[in-house]
Design a protein around this ligand. Sequence first.
Ligand SMILES: [Zn+2]
Length: 232
Amino acid sequence: MVHFDTLEQQGVTVAGLSGLDDGDCGWSPRTDGQRAAYLRRCGLEPAHLVSVRQVHGSRVAVVSDADRGCGANMDALVSAPVADGMITDVPGLPLGIMVADCVPVYLVAPGAIGLVHAGRKGTRQGISRSAVNALVQHFGAAPETLWALVGPSAGPCCYEVSEEMARDWRGKGLPARGCFLDLWETNRRQLIASGVPEGQIQVSGCCTICGTTYHSYRRDGGTGRNLAVLCR
Ligand SMILES: [Zn+2]
């Protein structure tokens, strides 16, 4: 279990990411207990968790008290919004996103928060930019007041894709070294382009694939998920 102090110092109750030590925090009847235990260790109520049905897109949902509990377990998840990001201004509403190599992006504004699942596709479609725009549009957040974290995920050291995908990536002017894509820098640039000050964007620099702290889809062959949590 890792907590991100920089964000917690900005007034959010919890900004964290579960790791190997916390077990598999994904959604299945087998793992619901592990996720609930992790949330309790974070001081959050598992029955109140809000999540989204992640589809590797770039849609950002606005969630509120009406969504409370839609991420509590697999049955509840059926009613969760289909999206890869969430924003809310509700204090005490815990947001959770499932990742294992995809990038969790955390956003903290003075009166609202956002949590994003930025995989290769979502990153390419600009989901970090969409999330900042959503905070501005729905909650009147000024981009220069935002703090952001590009969390532990597949690093440019290890995230190798096919030549065809890499060509497409480089063709869009996105950062890559040969067939190794840089999802961290791509999301960081989107945040900067959206008006978030560079000094308020933290990149964890922790790679899930070559590190030993988190579950990795690439390294472990698809078993085990990390849960990113953020709560005002
Ligand atoms: Zn690596």
